[in-house]
Design a protein around this ligand. Structure first.
Ligand SMILES: NC(=O)c1ccc[n+]([C@@H]2O[C@H](COP(=O)([O-])OP(=O)(O)OC[C@H]3O[C@@H](n4cnc5c(N)ncnc54)[C@H](O)[C@@H]3O)[C@@H](O)[C@H]2O)c1
Length: 435
Protein backbone atom coordinates (compact mmCIF):
# COMPACT_ATOMS: atom_id res chain seq x y z
CA UNK A 1 0.00 0.00 0.00
CA UNK A 2 2.79 2.42 0.93
CA UNK A 3 4.57 1.66 -2.36
CA UNK A 4 1.41 2.46 -4.32
CA UNK A 5 0.99 5.72 -2.44
CA UNK A 6 4.59 6.67 -3.25
CA UNK A 7 4.28 5.57 -6.89
CA UNK A 8 1.11 7.60 -7.39
CA UNK A 9 2.57 10.60 -5.53
CA UNK A 10 -0.25 10.33 -3.04
CA UNK A 11 2.09 9.70 -0.09
CA UNK A 12 2.19 12.63 2.34
CA UNK A 13 5.70 13.44 3.54
CA UNK A 14 6.46 14.75 7.03
CA UNK A 15 9.78 16.44 7.75
CA UNK A 16 10.77 17.02 11.37
CA UNK A 17 13.28 19.89 11.57
CA UNK A 18 13.25 22.58 8.88
CA UNK A 19 16.80 23.89 8.79
CA UNK A 20 19.72 23.65 6.38
CA UNK A 21 18.82 20.01 5.72
CA UNK A 22 15.05 19.80 6.12
CA UNK A 23 13.96 22.84 4.10
CA UNK A 24 15.91 22.13 0.86
CA UNK A 25 14.63 18.52 0.94
CA UNK A 26 11.07 19.76 1.44
CA UNK A 27 11.42 21.90 -1.70
CA UNK A 28 12.73 19.05 -3.86
CA UNK A 29 10.12 16.57 -2.66
CA UNK A 30 7.35 19.09 -3.31
CA UNK A 31 8.83 19.76 -6.75
CA UNK A 32 8.28 16.09 -7.58
CA UNK A 33 4.59 16.36 -6.70
CA UNK A 34 4.45 15.11 -3.10
CA UNK A 35 2.67 17.11 -0.41
CA UNK A 36 5.04 18.01 2.42
CA UNK A 37 4.29 18.98 5.97
CA UNK A 38 7.14 20.34 8.05
CA UNK A 39 7.13 20.05 11.83
CA UNK A 40 9.48 22.23 13.86
CA UNK A 41 9.61 23.34 17.49
CA UNK A 42 10.58 26.85 16.39
CA UNK A 43 7.28 28.70 16.01
CA UNK A 44 8.96 31.67 14.32
CA UNK A 45 10.44 29.42 11.58
CA UNK A 46 7.06 27.77 11.09
CA UNK A 47 5.41 31.17 10.60
CA UNK A 48 8.12 32.24 8.17
CA UNK A 49 7.67 29.11 6.08
CA UNK A 50 3.91 29.52 5.96
CA UNK A 51 4.50 33.11 4.78
CA UNK A 52 6.81 31.79 2.07
CA UNK A 53 9.83 33.54 3.49
CA UNK A 54 13.05 31.51 3.44
CA UNK A 55 15.77 31.75 6.10
CA UNK A 56 18.10 29.29 4.34
CA UNK A 57 20.40 30.84 1.73
CA UNK A 58 20.09 27.85 -0.65
CA UNK A 59 16.29 28.19 -0.78
CA UNK A 60 14.78 31.13 -2.68
CA UNK A 61 11.78 32.73 -0.98
CA UNK A 62 10.00 32.93 -4.36
CA UNK A 63 10.31 29.15 -4.81
CA UNK A 64 9.14 28.42 -1.28
CA UNK A 65 6.24 30.86 -1.66
CA UNK A 66 5.08 29.11 -4.84
CA UNK A 67 4.88 25.70 -3.12
CA UNK A 68 3.21 27.17 -0.03
CA UNK A 69 0.65 28.96 -2.21
CA UNK A 70 -0.04 25.75 -4.19
CA UNK A 71 -0.64 23.86 -0.94
CA UNK A 72 2.38 21.58 -1.51
CA UNK A 73 4.36 22.75 1.56
CA UNK A 74 3.03 23.77 4.94
CA UNK A 75 4.58 23.91 8.38
CA UNK A 76 3.37 23.41 11.92
CA UNK A 77 4.59 23.05 15.46
CA UNK A 78 2.01 20.32 16.10
CA UNK A 79 3.34 16.73 16.07
CA UNK A 80 -0.26 15.46 15.79
CA UNK A 81 0.11 15.98 12.03
CA UNK A 82 2.57 13.07 11.94
CA UNK A 83 -0.24 10.53 11.95
CA UNK A 84 -1.35 11.65 8.50
CA UNK A 85 2.17 11.30 7.07
CA UNK A 86 3.15 8.17 5.12
CA UNK A 87 6.87 8.95 5.09
CA UNK A 88 8.62 10.85 7.90
CA UNK A 89 12.15 12.27 7.66
CA UNK A 90 14.01 13.23 10.84
CA UNK A 91 16.25 16.25 10.16
CA UNK A 92 16.85 17.68 13.64
CA UNK A 93 20.24 18.82 15.03
CA UNK A 94 22.70 16.35 16.57
CA UNK A 95 25.01 18.60 18.59
CA UNK A 96 27.56 17.68 21.24
CA UNK A 97 27.45 18.68 24.91
CA UNK A 98 30.04 21.02 26.44
CA UNK A 99 32.13 17.89 27.12
CA UNK A 100 31.89 16.85 23.45
CA UNK A 101 29.54 13.95 24.06
CA UNK A 102 26.61 13.21 21.71
CA UNK A 103 23.44 15.07 22.55
CA UNK A 104 20.61 13.02 21.05
CA UNK A 105 17.80 14.85 22.85
CA UNK A 106 16.23 16.38 19.69
CA UNK A 107 16.39 12.98 17.95
CA UNK A 108 14.84 11.19 20.92
CA UNK A 109 12.13 13.82 21.26
CA UNK A 110 11.26 13.52 17.55
CA UNK A 111 11.19 9.73 17.76
CA UNK A 112 8.84 9.90 20.76
CA UNK A 113 6.55 12.17 18.77
CA UNK A 114 6.52 9.64 15.95
CA UNK A 115 5.90 6.71 18.31
CA UNK A 116 2.92 8.55 19.74
CA UNK A 117 1.36 8.80 16.28
CA UNK A 118 2.82 5.67 14.69
CA UNK A 119 0.48 3.56 12.56
CA UNK A 120 0.85 0.70 10.08
CA UNK A 121 2.54 1.33 6.74
CA UNK A 122 4.62 4.35 7.74
CA UNK A 123 8.23 4.75 6.63
CA UNK A 124 10.59 6.59 9.01
CA UNK A 125 13.91 7.82 7.64
CA UNK A 126 16.52 9.19 10.01
CA UNK A 127 18.67 11.84 8.25
CA UNK A 128 20.52 13.48 11.15
CA UNK A 129 24.19 12.56 11.43
CA UNK A 130 24.93 10.24 14.33
CA UNK A 131 27.10 7.37 15.59
CA UNK A 132 26.59 3.82 14.27
CA UNK A 133 23.82 1.83 15.97
CA UNK A 134 21.68 4.89 16.82
CA UNK A 135 18.87 3.80 14.48
CA UNK A 136 18.88 0.19 15.76
CA UNK A 137 19.49 0.85 19.44
CA UNK A 138 17.96 4.27 20.13
CA UNK A 139 15.18 4.90 17.60
CA UNK A 140 13.91 1.34 17.09
CA UNK A 141 13.23 0.47 20.77
CA UNK A 142 11.25 3.72 21.17
CA UNK A 143 9.18 3.03 18.04
CA UNK A 144 8.52 -0.61 18.96
CA UNK A 145 7.07 0.49 22.32
CA UNK A 146 3.99 1.13 20.15
CA UNK A 147 3.52 -2.63 19.75
CA UNK A 148 4.08 -2.38 15.98
CA UNK A 149 6.86 -4.46 14.37
CA UNK A 150 9.60 -3.03 12.17
CA UNK A 151 9.85 -4.47 8.64
CA UNK A 152 6.26 -5.69 8.89
CA UNK A 153 4.05 -2.93 10.28
CA UNK A 154 6.32 0.06 9.75
CA UNK A 155 9.72 0.66 8.14
CA UNK A 156 12.84 2.33 9.49
CA UNK A 157 16.03 3.35 7.68
CA UNK A 158 19.03 5.64 7.99
CA UNK A 159 19.88 7.88 5.04
CA UNK A 160 22.75 10.29 5.82
CA UNK A 161 22.41 13.84 4.61
CA UNK A 162 25.27 15.04 2.42
CA UNK A 163 24.15 18.56 1.58
CA UNK A 164 26.89 21.15 1.21
CA UNK A 165 25.25 24.57 1.75
CA UNK A 166 26.31 27.09 -0.87
CA UNK A 167 27.48 24.40 -3.31
CA UNK A 168 26.17 25.45 -6.72
CA UNK A 169 27.15 22.20 -8.45
CA UNK A 170 25.86 19.49 -6.09
CA UNK A 171 22.51 19.70 -4.34
CA UNK A 172 19.75 17.42 -3.06
CA UNK A 173 18.98 15.88 -6.46
CA UNK A 174 22.39 15.14 -7.97
CA UNK A 175 24.30 14.10 -4.84
CA UNK A 176 24.02 10.30 -4.60
CA UNK A 177 22.36 9.08 -1.41
CA UNK A 178 23.31 6.11 0.77
CA UNK A 179 20.48 4.17 2.41
CA UNK A 180 20.53 1.36 4.96
CA UNK A 181 17.38 -0.06 6.52
CA UNK A 182 16.91 -1.87 9.81
CA UNK A 183 15.61 -4.82 7.75
CA UNK A 184 16.05 -5.66 4.06
CA UNK A 185 12.47 -4.67 3.40
CA UNK A 186 13.07 -1.33 5.13
CA UNK A 187 16.07 -0.65 2.85
CA UNK A 188 14.05 -1.53 -0.26
CA UNK A 189 11.10 0.70 0.56
CA UNK A 190 13.29 3.63 1.65
CA UNK A 191 15.33 3.33 -1.58
CA UNK A 192 12.08 3.13 -3.58
CA UNK A 193 10.90 6.38 -2.02
CA UNK A 194 14.21 8.17 -2.57
CA UNK A 195 14.40 7.11 -6.23
CA UNK A 196 11.36 9.31 -6.82
CA UNK A 197 13.31 12.47 -6.25
CA UNK A 198 17.09 11.92 -6.43
CA UNK A 199 19.30 10.79 -9.33
CA UNK A 200 21.19 7.99 -7.62
CA UNK A 201 20.66 5.71 -4.61
CA UNK A 202 23.29 3.43 -3.11
CA UNK A 203 21.78 0.82 -0.78
CA UNK A 204 23.90 -0.78 1.96
CA UNK A 205 23.19 -3.83 4.10
CA UNK A 206 22.24 -2.08 7.35
CA UNK A 207 21.45 1.23 8.99
CA UNK A 208 24.73 0.83 10.90
CA UNK A 209 26.77 0.76 7.68
CA UNK A 210 24.98 3.90 6.43
CA UNK A 211 25.62 5.68 9.75
CA UNK A 212 29.30 4.72 9.69
CA UNK A 213 29.70 5.83 6.04
CA UNK A 214 28.59 9.37 6.93
CA UNK A 215 31.01 9.59 9.84
CA UNK A 216 33.80 8.24 7.64
CA UNK A 217 33.17 11.00 5.07
CA UNK A 218 33.29 13.74 7.69
CA UNK A 219 36.23 12.29 9.62
CA UNK A 220 38.13 11.96 6.35
CA UNK A 221 37.76 15.71 5.80
CA UNK A 222 38.57 16.53 9.41
CA UNK A 223 41.78 14.43 9.42
CA UNK A 224 43.00 15.75 6.06
CA UNK A 225 42.35 19.37 7.04
CA UNK A 226 44.32 18.73 10.25
CA UNK A 227 47.18 17.23 8.24
CA UNK A 228 47.45 20.24 5.97
CA UNK A 229 47.06 22.61 8.94
CA UNK A 230 50.04 20.88 10.54
CA UNK A 231 52.04 21.33 7.33
CA UNK A 232 51.04 25.02 7.36
CA UNK A 233 52.35 25.36 10.93
CA UNK A 234 55.63 23.72 9.95
CA UNK A 235 56.03 26.01 6.92
CA UNK A 236 55.51 28.97 9.27
CA UNK A 237 58.16 27.61 11.64
CA UNK A 238 60.66 27.07 8.83
CA UNK A 239 59.79 30.53 7.60
CA UNK A 240 60.76 30.21 3.97
CA UNK A 241 58.32 27.73 2.40
CA UNK A 242 54.86 28.77 1.23
CA UNK A 243 52.25 26.04 1.95
CA UNK A 244 49.98 27.29 -0.85
CA UNK A 245 52.72 26.85 -3.42
CA UNK A 246 53.42 23.38 -2.00
CA UNK A 247 49.76 22.28 -2.26
CA UNK A 248 49.53 23.61 -5.81
CA UNK A 249 52.62 21.63 -6.75
CA UNK A 250 51.44 18.39 -5.09
CA UNK A 251 48.06 18.76 -6.80
CA UNK A 252 49.64 18.34 -10.22
CA UNK A 253 49.94 14.61 -9.45
CA UNK A 254 46.99 13.11 -11.35
CA UNK A 255 46.53 10.16 -8.96
CA UNK A 256 46.92 9.38 -5.26
CA UNK A 257 46.70 12.96 -4.00
CA UNK A 258 43.64 15.00 -3.08
CA UNK A 259 44.23 18.65 -2.14
CA UNK A 260 42.98 20.05 1.16
CA UNK A 261 43.74 23.59 2.26
CA UNK A 262 44.71 25.06 5.62
CA UNK A 263 42.57 27.65 7.35
CA UNK A 264 41.73 29.29 10.67
CA UNK A 265 40.08 26.09 11.96
CA UNK A 266 37.10 23.92 11.08
CA UNK A 267 33.51 25.05 11.48
CA UNK A 268 29.89 24.24 10.74
CA UNK A 269 27.50 21.73 12.16
CA UNK A 270 29.33 18.66 10.78
CA UNK A 271 33.11 18.48 10.42
CA UNK A 272 34.08 19.65 13.93
CA UNK A 273 31.27 17.72 15.65
CA UNK A 274 30.47 14.40 13.97
CA UNK A 275 33.84 12.71 14.64
CA UNK A 276 33.17 13.13 18.38
CA UNK A 277 30.05 11.01 17.95
CA UNK A 278 32.25 8.18 16.72
CA UNK A 279 35.01 8.56 19.32
CA UNK A 280 32.35 8.48 22.06
CA UNK A 281 30.78 5.33 20.62
CA UNK A 282 34.16 3.66 20.06
CA UNK A 283 34.94 3.85 23.79
CA UNK A 284 32.01 1.48 24.43
CA UNK A 285 34.12 -1.08 22.51
CA UNK A 286 37.38 -0.28 24.41
CA UNK A 287 38.59 1.46 21.27
CA UNK A 288 40.31 4.84 20.96
CA UNK A 289 39.98 6.71 17.68
CA UNK A 290 43.45 8.22 17.67
CA UNK A 291 43.15 10.05 14.34
CA UNK A 292 40.04 11.88 15.51
CA UNK A 293 41.64 13.07 18.76
CA UNK A 294 44.82 14.11 16.99
CA UNK A 295 42.97 16.06 14.30
CA UNK A 296 40.83 17.80 16.90
CA UNK A 297 43.97 18.85 18.73
CA UNK A 298 45.47 20.45 15.61
CA UNK A 299 42.27 21.96 14.19
CA UNK A 300 41.15 23.43 17.52
CA UNK A 301 44.57 25.02 17.91
CA UNK A 302 44.26 26.92 14.62
CA UNK A 303 42.25 29.94 15.90
CA UNK A 304 44.97 30.51 18.56
CA UNK A 305 47.64 30.06 15.91
CA UNK A 306 46.02 32.75 13.74
CA UNK A 307 45.80 35.16 16.68
CA UNK A 308 49.48 34.56 17.55
CA UNK A 309 50.42 35.22 13.95
CA UNK A 310 48.38 38.45 13.96
CA UNK A 311 50.17 39.59 17.13
CA UNK A 312 53.56 38.72 15.62
CA UNK A 313 52.82 40.65 12.41
CA UNK A 314 51.70 43.69 14.42
CA UNK A 315 54.79 43.59 16.67
CA UNK A 316 57.23 43.13 13.81
CA UNK A 317 55.59 46.04 12.00
CA UNK A 318 56.11 48.30 15.01
CA UNK A 319 52.48 48.35 16.20
CA UNK A 320 51.84 47.59 19.85
CA UNK A 321 49.27 44.74 19.77
CA UNK A 322 47.55 45.91 22.94
CA UNK A 323 46.84 49.29 21.38
CA UNK A 324 45.92 47.99 17.93
CA UNK A 325 42.63 47.94 16.02
CA UNK A 326 41.88 44.67 14.24
CA UNK A 327 39.32 44.11 11.49
CA UNK A 328 38.16 40.55 10.76
CA UNK A 329 36.79 39.85 7.28
CA UNK A 330 34.32 36.95 7.00
CA UNK A 331 32.69 35.45 10.07
CA UNK A 332 30.71 32.59 8.49
CA UNK A 333 32.49 29.25 8.68
CA UNK A 334 32.86 29.04 4.91
CA UNK A 335 32.64 31.03 1.71
CA UNK A 336 29.40 32.63 0.50
CA UNK A 337 27.09 31.45 3.26
CA UNK A 338 25.85 33.04 6.49
CA UNK A 339 26.20 30.02 8.81
CA UNK A 340 28.10 30.92 12.00
CA UNK A 341 27.79 27.55 13.75
CA UNK A 342 31.13 26.54 15.30
CA UNK A 343 32.82 29.12 13.08
CA UNK A 344 36.50 29.56 14.04
CA UNK A 345 36.07 33.27 13.24
CA UNK A 346 33.86 33.61 16.30
CA UNK A 347 36.56 32.07 18.47
CA UNK A 348 39.20 34.35 16.91
CA UNK A 349 37.02 37.40 17.58
CA UNK A 350 36.79 36.45 21.26
CA UNK A 351 40.51 35.70 21.68
CA UNK A 352 41.50 38.96 20.00
CA UNK A 353 39.07 40.87 22.19
CA UNK A 354 40.66 39.34 25.30
CA UNK A 355 44.31 39.36 24.26
CA UNK A 356 44.84 42.13 21.74
CA UNK A 357 42.96 45.38 21.41
CA UNK A 358 39.87 46.56 19.65
CA UNK A 359 38.21 44.21 17.18
CA UNK A 360 35.46 44.71 14.59
CA UNK A 361 34.20 42.55 11.77
CA UNK A 362 32.74 42.74 8.31
CA UNK A 363 30.78 39.95 6.62
CA UNK A 364 28.47 40.62 3.65
CA UNK A 365 26.30 37.65 4.72
CA UNK A 366 26.18 38.37 8.47
CA UNK A 367 24.87 41.90 9.15
CA UNK A 368 24.93 41.31 12.90
CA UNK A 369 25.80 38.61 15.41
CA UNK A 370 25.78 37.91 19.12
CA UNK A 371 29.13 37.21 20.73
CA UNK A 372 29.90 36.96 24.45
CA UNK A 373 26.27 37.95 25.10
CA UNK A 374 26.71 41.20 23.13
CA UNK A 375 25.11 42.10 19.79
CA UNK A 376 27.66 43.49 17.32
CA UNK A 377 27.16 44.75 13.79
CA UNK A 378 29.19 44.29 10.63
CA UNK A 379 31.00 47.56 9.89
CA UNK A 380 30.59 49.29 6.54
CA UNK A 381 33.59 48.40 4.37
CA UNK A 382 34.93 51.40 2.47
CA UNK A 383 38.23 53.22 1.91
CA UNK A 384 37.81 55.37 5.00
CA UNK A 385 36.81 52.58 7.41
CA UNK A 386 39.38 50.00 6.28
CA UNK A 387 42.19 52.53 6.85
CA UNK A 388 41.11 52.96 10.45
CA UNK A 389 42.44 49.50 11.33
CA UNK A 390 46.04 48.52 12.00
CA UNK A 391 45.51 45.09 10.53
CA UNK A 392 42.91 43.21 8.49
CA UNK A 393 42.56 39.44 8.98
CA UNK A 394 40.87 37.54 6.15
CA UNK A 395 39.07 34.60 7.78
CA UNK A 396 36.49 33.67 5.14
CA UNK A 397 37.13 34.29 1.47
CA UNK A 398 33.63 35.35 0.36
CA UNK A 399 33.41 35.97 -3.38
CA UNK A 400 31.68 39.31 -2.78
CA UNK A 401 34.94 40.81 -1.52
CA UNK A 402 36.95 43.08 -3.80
CA UNK A 403 40.42 41.77 -2.91
CA UNK A 404 42.23 44.42 -4.97
CA UNK A 405 40.48 47.09 -2.95
CA UNK A 406 41.43 45.34 0.31
CA UNK A 407 45.08 44.92 -0.72
CA UNK A 408 45.31 48.55 -1.82
CA UNK A 409 43.76 50.08 1.31
CA UNK A 410 44.59 47.87 4.31
CA UNK A 411 47.70 48.77 6.31
CA UNK A 412 48.62 45.15 7.11
CA UNK A 413 46.88 41.92 6.09
CA UNK A 414 46.89 38.41 7.53
CA UNK A 415 45.35 36.15 4.89
CA UNK A 416 44.29 32.73 6.22
CA UNK A 417 42.66 31.63 2.91
CA UNK A 418 45.17 32.53 0.20
CA UNK A 419 42.56 34.99 -1.07
CA UNK A 420 44.97 37.68 -2.25
CA UNK A 421 48.27 37.94 -4.10
CA UNK A 422 51.56 38.19 -2.25
CA UNK A 423 52.65 41.67 -1.33
CA UNK A 424 54.91 43.46 1.14
CA UNK A 425 52.06 44.02 3.63
CA UNK A 426 50.46 40.61 3.13
CA UNK A 427 51.18 37.76 5.59
CA UNK A 428 49.67 34.44 4.62
CA UNK A 429 48.86 31.55 6.90
CA UNK A 430 51.48 28.89 6.24
CA UNK A 431 54.02 31.22 4.70
CA UNK A 432 56.22 32.34 7.57
CA UNK A 433 57.74 35.74 8.15
CA UNK A 434 61.09 35.39 6.38
CA UNK A 435 61.07 37.51 3.24
N1 LIG B 1 23.93 21.75 7.71
C1 LIG B 1 24.60 20.89 6.98
O1 LIG B 1 25.34 21.26 6.10
C2 LIG B 1 24.44 19.40 7.20
C3 LIG B 1 24.97 18.52 6.23
C4 LIG B 1 24.82 17.17 6.41
C5 LIG B 1 24.19 16.69 7.57
N2 LIG B 1 23.72 17.56 8.50
C6 LIG B 1 23.06 16.99 9.68
O2 LIG B 1 21.65 17.18 9.55
C7 LIG B 1 21.04 17.40 10.83
C8 LIG B 1 20.26 18.70 10.82
O3 LIG B 1 21.18 19.77 10.62
P1 LIG B 1 20.72 21.20 10.12
O4 LIG B 1 21.97 21.87 9.65
O5 LIG B 1 19.57 21.15 9.18
O6 LIG B 1 20.24 21.85 11.50
P2 LIG B 1 19.45 23.25 11.66
O7 LIG B 1 19.77 23.73 13.02
O8 LIG B 1 19.70 24.13 10.49
O9 LIG B 1 17.93 22.81 11.60
C9 LIG B 1 17.35 21.96 12.53
C10 LIG B 1 15.90 22.34 12.72
O10 LIG B 1 15.33 21.42 13.64
C11 LIG B 1 14.51 22.11 14.56
N3 LIG B 1 14.44 21.31 15.77
C12 LIG B 1 15.33 21.21 16.79
N4 LIG B 1 14.92 20.32 17.70
C13 LIG B 1 13.74 19.85 17.25
C14 LIG B 1 12.81 18.92 17.75
N5 LIG B 1 13.05 18.27 18.89
N6 LIG B 1 11.69 18.69 17.05
C15 LIG B 1 11.45 19.34 15.90
N7 LIG B 1 12.29 20.24 15.37
C16 LIG B 1 13.42 20.49 16.03
C17 LIG B 1 15.19 23.46 14.74
O11 LIG B 1 14.26 24.43 15.20
C18 LIG B 1 15.68 23.74 13.32
O12 LIG B 1 14.72 24.43 12.55
C19 LIG B 1 22.20 17.34 11.83
O13 LIG B 1 22.33 16.04 12.31
C20 LIG B 1 23.41 17.68 10.97
O14 LIG B 1 24.60 17.15 11.52
C21 LIG B 1 23.81 18.90 8.34
Amino acid sequence: MLKDLIKNKKAKIGIIGLGYVGLPIAIEIAAKGFKVIGIDIDGERVKQINRGSSFISDVESATLRKYVRDGMISATTSPAQLRSCDVILICVPTPVTANKEPDLLPVIQSTKWIRHHLRRDQLIIMKSTTYPETTDKVLLPILEESGLKVGKDFFLAFCPERIDPGNKRYGVINTPVVIGGVTRHCTRIAAFFYKHFVDSVHAVSSARAAEMSKILENTFRNVNIALVNEFAQLCERMGNINIWEVIEAASTKPFGFMPFVPGPGVGGHCIPIDPYYLSWKAREYDFHTVFIELSARINEEMPYFVVNKTIEVLSQSGVCPNKSKVLLLGMAFKRDISDLRASPAMKIYEIIKQRVGMVDYHDPHVPQLVIGGRRVRSIELNKKTIRMYDIVVILTDHSKYDYNFITKNARLIVDTRNAIKDGPRVFKLGQGMKR
